[in-house]
Design a protein around this ligand. Sequence first.
Ligand SMILES: Nc1nc2c(ncn2[C@@H]2O[C@H](COP(=O)(O)OP(=O)(O)OP(=O)(O)O)[C@@H](O)[C@H]2O)c(=O)[nH]1
Ligand SMILES: [Zn+2]
Length: 296
Amino acid sequence: MQQGRVLKAHGGYFFVYDATTDKVYQSKIRGRLKQRDVEVIAGDKVKFAILNDGSGIVEERLPRENSLFRPPIANVEQVVITVSISNPDLHFKLLDRLLILGRAADLEIVICVNKIDLVGIKKARKIMEYYKEIGYNILYTSAEEEINLGQLEEVLQDKISVFAGPSGVGKSSLLNAIQPDLKLRTGKVSDKIKRGRHTTRKVELLSLDRGGWVADTPGFSALDITFIRSRELHYFFVEMLNYINQCKFSSCSHSHEPQCAVKEAVDNGNIAQHRYDHYLEFLSEIEEKEAEWWRG
Ligand SMILES: Nc1nc2c(ncn2[C@@H]2O[C@H](COP(=O)(O)OP(=O)(O)OP(=O)(O)O)[C@@H](O)[C@H]2O)c(=O)[nH]1
Ligand SMILES: [Zn+2]
């Protein structure tokens, strides 16, 4: 039996890529897998057999490293969180939410600040300085003027990646710029808003010439973070990790408790105020959901 990766699941067919033959096999799935409710999605590693007519049959799904929910993709390794400083403006709260989602899915995270032609790299660096300090890997690109696209290619090489980020920041444009034969649909920011952009499409993993795969649909379209427990939220703010053990109360939620090391770090300027504010906002979102849960 062969081993392969599902690139796309569509209309009852699974398109399975086998690296040893460098071929894609249009495959059906064994009835017993369906009976056991084993769901197979893009990104899944599977064992499959090749039939006489050259098509495949999926016999087994191998264990998943992880899976993203909306859109559904398995075994993603990396998320490229793409933003722009202007057109559209950068929203730190959305960025922070995406950073949490990336970490919760256990993905490597790269922040890509695109449309650098509109603001200049120096200004963009300044705006993103804090995120650099707390350890994030940040690229500054322009799809339009082809700035630093080599760095993006390097980051994507030999990995399975998904892009994420607000509409109109240039996710599709970046992919098209590094590999024109991917031919992703791009559009003007205003057109998309008018048109309403939530036409559901099937996710497909696209093959990069330099090795690696990238999903053709942005990840994390559901921005809900309330699956995280309130007492665990602080783990998702990387710069808080140095402080959370130094609070007076071991169960400190860093919101109202006295002698909170996190709050002190905010007061001293070691943790950015906006990040702490977002922590508190997310915390109350989560607590509200937990309260609902307890009320039944
Ligand atoms: N000035 C400038 N414009 C860009 C750049 N990259 C993309 N654009 C433009 O921004 C608009 C949106 O680009 P898309 O690639 O469709 O953005 P997207 O992030 O894929 O958007 P969604 O598909 O809605 O999620 C298009 O008009 C692009 O031409 C860039 O680096 N600089
Ligand atoms: Zn605390």
